[in-house]
Design a protein around this ligand. Structure first.
Ligand code: DER
Length: 232
């Protein structure tokens, strides 16, 4: 459909940045899935010599399926480029990620890369972050106490709403690749993303939040008519 055409357009443009010999971080989500397929096409057609470091078990499975050599971040050490989606990006390229539940590994991989490129469609382009619920990865031990500490921290921060929901999955709670749970913060508007990110990560049971500050270097925006714009 139209959304897929936009995601494909951005994905195809982004894999043009990948060169022989690169170690590439592979993102998670529906847009990143298109990117992995496009990258696999280049590997098979051009014999592109790269290794991919996946940010989730499902991206690892897809990468292997399309013929990309997969390795671990520990094996790779450091990466040349990470390509990943985002739930929102603002004019300063600050991101909300984690809609797909993989933001912990995504942030580790993106931070361990010389460059990070986001691929997105126009509706991810926002003036202010926060309409999309902010995911926070939480260790299961004492999680309800952690949630109360998160809510106490939110009371002093510049946001419009303060509803927190543990992300459900099937009969129970969503479980991340690391065996943790995800607390989604419905804030409506985030006035000071840096302050929020630091306050959240200071709370003992919080592992990581979905705000990406000073990580994204460029955004490739695909439109459903196939038009692509790259912002640096
Ligand atoms: O979970 C994630 O971080 C995904 O990359 C998300 O941010 C974007 O997913 P989408 O491409 O399916 O919209």
């Amino acid at each position: 459909g139209a959304a897929d055409r936009a995601k494909f357009a951005a994905s195809w443009r982004s894999v043009g940045f990948v060169e022989d010999g690169m170690k590439v971080g592979l993102g998670t989500g529906s847009t990143a899935a298109w990117m992995v397929k496009c990258l696999g096409l280049r590997v098979r057609r051009e014999g592109l010599k790269i290794v991919g470091v996946p940010t989730s078990s499902r991206t690892a499975a897809l990468a292997r399926e399309v013929g990309i050599e997969v390795t671990s971040l520990d094996q790779a050490g450091w990466l040349d480029l990470t390509i990943d989606g985002a739930d929102e990006f603002d004019p300063a390229f600050r991101l909300i990620k984690g809609g797909g539940g993989a933001h912990l590994r995504e942030k580790i991989v993106a931070a361990a890369s010389d460059r990070m490129v986001v691929i997105a469609d126009p509706d991810k382009d926002v003036a202010t972050l926060g309409a999309f619920p902010l995911p926070v990865e939480v260790i299961p031990f004492g999680m309800d106490a952690t949630r109360r500490l998160v809510e106490r921290a939110l009371a002093d921060l510049d946001v419009d709403q303060r509803r927190t929901v543990f992300r459900p999955a099937g009969e129970g709670l969503f479980v991340t690749d690391e065996g943790n749970h995800t607390l989604d913060l419905h804030l409506g508007r985030i006035g000071d993303p840096e302050a929020l990110s630091q306050a959240l990560n200071a709370i003992p049971g919080v592992v990581e939040n979905g705000l990406f500050m000073d990580i994204c270097d460029a955004v490739v925006i695909g439109r459903e008519d196939g038009h692509v714009v790259t912002r640096h």
